[in-house]
Write a protein that binds this ligand. Structure first.
Ligand SMILES: Cc1ncc(C[n+]2csc(CCOP(=O)(O)OP(=O)(O)O)c2C)c(N)n1
Length: 606
């Protein structure tokens, strides 16, 4: 899987003259190397679907059961490969169903091309049937957006869209195409192969856009090297930028050479093994105590490809306030947006780390006292959970899955959003990039199953597991049908606590344990007490295994510790899609926790 990040050589389309705008779009996508698109049809996008029929062997068109499922499948494809995901819908409701997935791509910097059908040009602005102004709605949640107004612009726009989505800081690009553009005949000469080449490879017109980061100067590099030499308690704070610039390998080399310990953001999980002796695991609100303590005590924080997100910094003023900060990022708008660094460098992380490596710099003084302090925290404050006598807890299920699969190279894990997501981050110790796929900036429930589907399509050989909560899973449960009909064998580890667990945790901590619509069972059920109190899976609603079986999946429901290993094994070994429904208590809290706005000093530990 690690080699998959390389861009495939784009196949050239057959040299057949495109009849209309829709055929141009499909040919242009194929030339960009697109092999899969998640697409849900409707009146305004039908011409595109029929153009796809002309190239059945070059592009796989997957029909999700909801446009949001298609959007998140494109996330799974893009996040697991590094190549742009592509999805498509019709105008109006189809397009608005994509909006959350567009915002998700913007906040997590994921390269995705979103194509939406639009009403014909003459009707735009008239409140026509299924008309919504997608460009206006999505202006601030896309990296770039296009409303196509001339069929002749299509090849340039598709080319620019892929360039913008994948260069610099990656992000989503929206192309909104009126139906009459898709059906417009093409007026161009296609006599020789060169004519095709010229037509599909026109010059781009992107004034002001800098796709390739400038080289940083030797002086800037020397400044960082000098700060490293002078440091006694350095920490690397590595984020999603390390993964999107494919810099994980060179980061590891730099860590080995410099001996500097690494904490990652949640977006950066997998860019450095969390279990490594120099790994501090992730930092922030639910991060490892060691990571948060180390950043607090650091005299030098090397912030690589991060954005000082509020779930990391909590109280910005107090965050990393005892040392100097070097911030390296490809996006100049991130520099000093939240936290003013001592030194800021705008550039490509992989290049910068490679050049830093060549300088062979490391702290002048031995880091042993620093390692001793860190190892002390690791021993006294490890991430842990308390067993719930005889019953399975969510943390235990994740830990067992990790124990059973940690030496395998084929694992990709996705999640929904909530407690199960944080516990997966804590207890499934990721060691390679692009194997942990989760909605982090936007935190969108319903992400897990469709994202897993997209990752599996991109990596048919991989074992892809969606570790999900029952609230999140129900938000895109319909994609079970897509998995069956499109032959995408999937695995879901459902941590079923019958509650919106993370919100319940906040109720327990900040709302005096009052419940405000956080129970997912029938409202006339006598107070539901959870598996830990003796209610077994028979009391759970709905019957997930029954639903799974009706969608053509296999499934099993478990609750007791002695059923766990067998259940996990059955899920891992199942050739067909499998749902393992695990009854877990809802009273557990994700710990440690730094309450929003507070600092490491106010960390809740139990
Ligand atoms: C689409 C969406 N709606 C609401 C929320 C707010 N929210 C965050 S976590 C959570 C509960 C998630 O419950 P579940 O998926 O069952 O996971 P658990 O916390 O129980 O593990 C909610 C409602 C959200 N993140 N996304």
């Amino acid at each position: 899987m690690t080699d998959d990040h390389a861009r495939p050589t784009p196949p050239s389309t057959p040299l057949t003259r495109p009849a209309n705008g829709a055929e141009v779009v499909v040919d242009a996508l194929i030339r960009q190397g697109v092999d899969t698109i998640f697409a849900y049809p409707g009146a305004c996008s039908m011409p595109l679907h029929h153009a796809f029929l002309l190239h059945p062997n070059q592009i796989r068109v997957i029909l999700p059961r909801h446009e949001q499922g298609g959007g998140f499948a494109a996330h799974g494809y893009a996040r697991s490969t590094g190549r742009p995901g592509v999805c498509m819908t019709t105008s109006g409701p189809g397009a608005t169903n994509l909006i959350t997935t567009i915002a998700d791509a913007k906040l997590d910097s994921i390269p995705i091309i979103f194509i939406t059908g639009q009403v014909q040009r003459a009707s735009i602005g008239s409140d026509a049937f299924q008309e919504v102004p997608m460009i206006e709605i999505c202006g601030s949640i896309t990296k770039q957006h296009y409303l196509v107004t001339d069929v002749r612009d299509l090849p340039r726009i598709v080319k620019e869209a892929f360039y913008i989505a994948t260069t610099g800081r990656p992000g989503p690009v929206l192309i909104d195409i009126p139906r009459d553009i898709l059906t417009s005949p093409i007026d161009a000469a296609f006599d020789t192969p060169e004519d095709f080449e010229q037509y599909y490879n026109p010059p781009m017109n992107l004034p002001g856009y800098v796709g390739i980061a400038p080289e940083i100067s030797a002086t800037q590099l020397a400044t960082i090297a000098q700060m490293i030499r002078e440091s006694k308690r350095p920490v690397i704070y590595a984020g999603g930028g390390v993964i999107s610039s494919e810099a994980s390998e060179v980061l590891s080399q730099f860590v080995r050479q410099s001996g500097i310990p690494v904490t990652t953001t949640l977006m950066g999980l997998g860019c450095f093994p969390s279990k490594d002796p120099l790994g501090l695991h992730f930092l922030g609100m639910h991060g490892a105590t060691t990571a948060n303590f180390a950043v607090n005590e650091a005299d030098l924080l090397l912030a690589f490809g991060v954005r000082f997100d509020d779930r990391v910094t909590c109280n910005v003023e107090k965050f990393a306030s005892h040392g100097r900060i070097v911030h390296v990022d490809i996006d100049p708008s991130e520099i000093a947006k939240i936290k003013k660094p001592t030194v800021a460098i705008v550039g490509d992380l992989r290049q910068i780390l490679t050049r830093l490596l060549a300088l062979q710099c490391h702290p002048n003084e031995s880091l042993q006292p620093w390692y001793d302090q860190i190892n002390g925290w690791k021993q006294s404050e490890p991430l842990h959970w308390n067993p719930v006598n005889g019953w399975i807890s969510a943390q235990m299920a994740i830990d067992r899955l990790w124990q059973m699969t940690h030496d395998r190279d084929d694992m990709i894990i996705t999640t929904g959003v909530g407690q199960h997501q944080m516990w997966t981050a804590q207890f499934y110790h990721f060691k390679r990039p692009r194997t942990w796929i989760s909605s982090l900036g936007l935190g969108t429930m319903g992400f897990g199953l469709p994202a897993a589907m997209g990752a599996k399509v991109a990596h048919p050989e991989a074992t892809v597991i969606d570790i999900d909560g029952d609230g999140s899973f129900q938000m895109n449960i319909q994609e079970m049908a897509t998995c069956t009909c499109e032959k995408i064998p999937m695995k879901v580890l459902l941590l079923n606590n019958q509650h919106l667990g993370m919100v319940v945790q906040w109720e327990d901590r900040f709302y005096d344990k009052h419940r405000g619509h956080t129970y997912l069972g029938p409202i006339d059920h006598p107070e539901w007490r959870g598996a830990g109190d003796g209610l077994g899976p028979a009391d759970r609603f709905p019957n997930y295994v029954g639903i799974a079986q009706n969608y053509g999946w296999a499934g099993r429901s478990i609750a007791h510790v002695d059923e766990l290993d067998d259940g996990l094994r059955a899920m891992l070994e199942s050739p067909k899609s499998f749902l393992l429904d695990v009854a877990v208590p809802y009273q557990e809290h994700v710990l440690p926790m730094i309450p929003p706005g507070y600092s490491v000093e106010n960390m809740i530990r139990n």
